[in-house]
Design a protein around this ligand. Structure first.
Ligand code: DAH
Length: 343
């Protein structure tokens, strides 16, 4: 039996040395060690016929031979694996001296998106709903429902894009139409903000664009006063600009509020000295606002004796300019990456 073991050892060494791949080596391993018919396994099974004494002696030898054969196989296996790693090292080597390749830049939010998102978060934290409204609006919602009838001179202050052959449709000139839509849809009490694009036939300059953004706000409840209005406006400016800003309130005329105000803030671009952004006045008209006119409440389907409210129409592009110190509104639509990548 000892001789047989020596014979198997010799053959196993030769067979493993002659194998030319991992797969072949596996077959060799099977040949000697497979559970049923492996040459070594079969021999080991013969142990049971030996006497106790012999079994002890041969068992020891058998263990030695088994370890030796396994060592041949492991050695050969390592050889094959090294070859695989060498091949990978050649094909996938990293050249640490190679200069860094330019990585594609990450996208990011437009400054107007940042401002609107911040505003919406601020207002939702105060219990407001965020609403949406159509950009192609009916003349009724854009004007009549807001107490601006066809012959009213206030129509002239909003140089409107009417739709060819459809005089009853306009590109909305402000976000205020959503005030009435919101009241009609949700009734009272109501707290809502609406941000979106508005359109006017303006010639563009540092502070005017034909397409611009507003954020409208409306609160309808019982016993709403100017104190509520001013409180929310201050919270708004502090929330977005992250500092207390100097403001002034002056009377302003808008047919859909009574009384109406213009809330101006000290220009943050020039600190009040005068620049393109503030039309050289040192103040920015930021927040037209007022108490909702009874006729507008009525158009919203509510009883103006029972319900009161305030509203505001924030020029959010101008606020964005103040927040970031942008001196020309046209940058915000310019699509110039070297400008936009600063945010
Ligand atoms: N819609 C007005 C505009 O674009 C701004 C405005 C003024 C909105 C007063 C309001 C408001 O809600 O109360 O000129």
């Amino acid at each position: 039996m000892i001789e047989k073991l020596e014979q198997i050892k010799k053959e196993a060494r030769e067979a493993s040395n002659n194998s030319s791949s991992l797969e072949e080596l596996e077959l060799v391993r099977e040949r000697f060690f497979s559970r049923k018919s492996g040459e070594f396994t079969v021999l080991a099974k013969g142990m049971k016929d030996l006497s106790d004494n012999e079994r002890k002696k041969i068992g020891q030898k058998m263990n030695e031979v088994k370890s030796e054969i396994e060592a041949f196989f492991d050695h050969k296996k390592n050889e094959f694996e090294m070859k695989v790693w060498e091949a990978i090292a050649v094909t996938e080597a990293i050249d640490v001296t190679q200069p860094k390749l330019p990585t594609p830049g990450h996208g990011h939010q437009h400054p107007m998106t940042i401002v609107h998102t911040e505003l919406e978060e601020l207002f939702t934290s105060m219990g407001f709903t965020v609403l949406d409204g159509p950009e192609l609006e009916s003349e009724y919602y854009n004007f009549d429902a807001l107490n601006i009838p066809g012959t009213h001179p206030a129509r002239d202050s909003q140089d409107t894009f009417f739709i060819k052959n459809h005089p009853e449709w306009v590109m909305r000139t402000h976000t205020s139409p959503v005030q009435v839509r919101a009241m009609q849809k949700y009734g009272a009490p109501l707290r809502a903000v609406v941000s979106g694009r508005c359109f006017r036939n303006e010639s563009t300059d540092a502070s005017h664009e034909h397409t611009f953004y507003q954020m409208e706000g409306i609160v309808i409840d019982r016993h709403i006063s100017i104190a509520h209005l001013i409180g929310v406006m201050k919270e708004l400016l502090r929330g977005v600009l992250r500092k207390d800003v100097e403001v002034r309130l002056r009377p302003g005329y808008f047919p859909f509020v009574e009384p109406g105000f213009e809330l101006d803030m000290k220009c943050l671009v020039c600190g009040g000295a005068g620049c393109g952004a503030c039309k050289h006045s040192g103040w920015i008209e930021t927040l037209p606002c007022g108490l909702v006119h009874p006729k507008v409440i009525e158009a919203g389907g509510l009883d103006p004796v029972e319900w009161t409210g305030f509203a505001f129409g924030l020029g959010s592009m101008r606020l964005c300019m103040q927040k970031y110190g942008i001196e020309d509104i046209r940058h915000l639509h310019g699509g110039n990456l070297s400008f936009l990548e600063q945010f």
